[in-house]
Design a protein around this ligand. Structure first.
Ligand code: 13P
Ligand code: SF4
Length: 429
């Protein structure tokens, strides 16, 4: 198995292949200090909000340790902790982290996994900040959720802040009023993608809204349209657009809201006719995929099956054979009985792992440039060893806590989602 780290080292040293940022070879701790940024990788061009959580210096012994040493230390710490600690790993994590995960899955499955470990005092979330917040909202109050590197945020989640969304909501409710129609449907329902801050989930809980993930977005939008005439969908414009289009809604009825412009950059008529108002956010990993890459894959591999994540822009989703969440992609590959060729439009760590796990298939990433998610990349086994050895000493490092006044309404919005569609079973790594 060739991990993403060794692939990037090889590209940097030999010039064979291309990586979006040679700095990826330096080790994530290099970017914890200095000017705040998302660091190298797909989000390196995005502007990080002031006040985004930062990670202090990782103790030098973990920076300098070899991968073998860190591997052995993590195993030893896990053995000492037993079921007092559980490690959750998102599909986009590097292999050196995933191999220690008790559960591997998408953000929704991992949130549920956190609830299935009653003996765990600590939930170590190898993913990004909004996932750890969600785990804390759903976990028991005496369980500590730990994010090994506090700089592991999400550039898309950061594109919608609570103040801008509150301001947008105020303007929209002024336009639409608050009176239900003859069927009892309120004028507008807020829907937030799981990839958002706890504050936004709380906003949805307080305003009759709901959370969705990429695996249940259609079910959730159905839920919303049963109760409302239209939807405000944030932060990901692409997931919102792709899902609404799949449900038969015309793209003419999907104005986009840019919080930096009056009325979000729209006129009153288009807002009045809207079926879904889309926040302007996007994922810089999935924005890298384009129709040209799909055409090239089809020309080079006749019969190729193109599967992309619904965070990709609409023309990419339209040109692909299928679109689905990380779990969908994983299951589609696992279910293929005949040797097949898959061109996949999602994060490179996951695509490379699928290629290694299923050697009977030809599996490659649509984007030939190796460009991981900048923030998933910030979790390295050095941080995992650090927080686990902290737990062995009785020290909780990098705890993520959501205050009750936010957690309570956020839990309501999450529970509405869980009730709209029962949880998918978690998958053990
Ligand atoms: P999933 O919900 O499919 O795990 O996706 C999370 C994510 O961050 C995709 O970019
Ligand atoms: Fe956020 Fe995109 Fe990274 Fe997912 S892949 S964590 S949406 S930046």
């Amino acid at each position: 198995m060739s991990s993403i780290d060794s692939t990037i080292q090889r590209i940097t040293k030999t010039g064979e292949g291309e990586t979006c940022a040679p700095e990826l070879a330096d080790g994530p701790w290099t970017f914890d200090l200095g000017v705040p940024s998302y660091g190298p990788g797909a989000s390196m061009g995005d502007v990080i909000p002031t006040g985004a959580p930062r990670q202090g210096q990782l103790p030098l012994e973990y920076q300098k340790a070899s991968n073998e040493d860190l591997h052995a230390r993590i195993i030893a710490a896990k053995a000492t902790l037993g079921d007092r600690a559980v490690i959750l790993g998102h599909f986009y994590q590097r292999d050196e982290v995933v191999r220690h995960a008790d559960f591997l899955g998408d953000s929704f499955q991992l949130a549920n996994a956190a609830q299935t470990v009653p003996n765990a005092e600590a939930i170590v979330f190898c993913g990004v900040h909004f996932m750890a917040e969600t785990a804390d909202i759903l976990a028991r109050s005496d369980q500590a959720v730990i994010l090994p590197n506090l700089a592991a945020g999400c550039s898309m989640a950061d594109m919608a802040d609570i103040d801008s969304v509150e301001e947008c909501w105020e303007q929209l409710t002024e336009i639409y009023g608050t009176e239900p129609d003859a069927d009892g449907r309120v004028p507008i329902i807020p829907v937030t993608y799981m990839n958002s801050s706890a504050a936004l989930k709380g906003f949805c809980g307080r305003n009759g809204g709901i959370v969705c993930t990429s695996s249940n977005a259609t079910t959730v939008l159905d839920w919303a349209y049963e109760r409302g005439q239209r939807v405000l969908f944030f932060p990901d414009q692409h997931l919102g657009r792709n899902t609404a289009k799949k449900m038969g809604i015309s793209t003419d009825l999907m104005p986009m809201w840019n919080p930096n412009k009056p009325l979000g950059g729209n006129d009153a008529k288009s807002l009045d006719e809207a079926k879904v108002v889309l926040w302007h956010g996007f994922c810089s990993v999935h924005k890298r995929f384009n129709v040209g890459q799909i055409e090239k894959a089809r020309a080079e591999y006749p019969g190729v099956r193109v599967i992309v994540h619904p965070e990709c822009p609409m023309p990419v989703v339209d040109a692909a054979d299928e679109a689905g969440s990380t779990d969908y992609i994983q299951k589609a590959v696992a279910a293929a009985t005949e040797p097949s060729t898959f061109a996949i439009g999602t994060e490179i760590n996951m695509v490379n792992r699928l290629a290694a796990e299923y050697p009977q298939h030809t599996i490659f990433c649509l984007d030939p440039v190796v460009c991981p998610c900048s923030t998933m990349y910030r979790i390295h086994p050095g941080y995992l060893a650090w927080v686990l050895e902290g737990l062995v000493r009785g020290e909780v490092i990098n705890q993520i806590t959501v205050d009750d006044d936010v957690a309570e309404p956020a839990r309501i919005a999450l529970e509405r989602m869980l009730a709209a569609k029962p949880p998918v079973a978690t998958k053990e790594a």
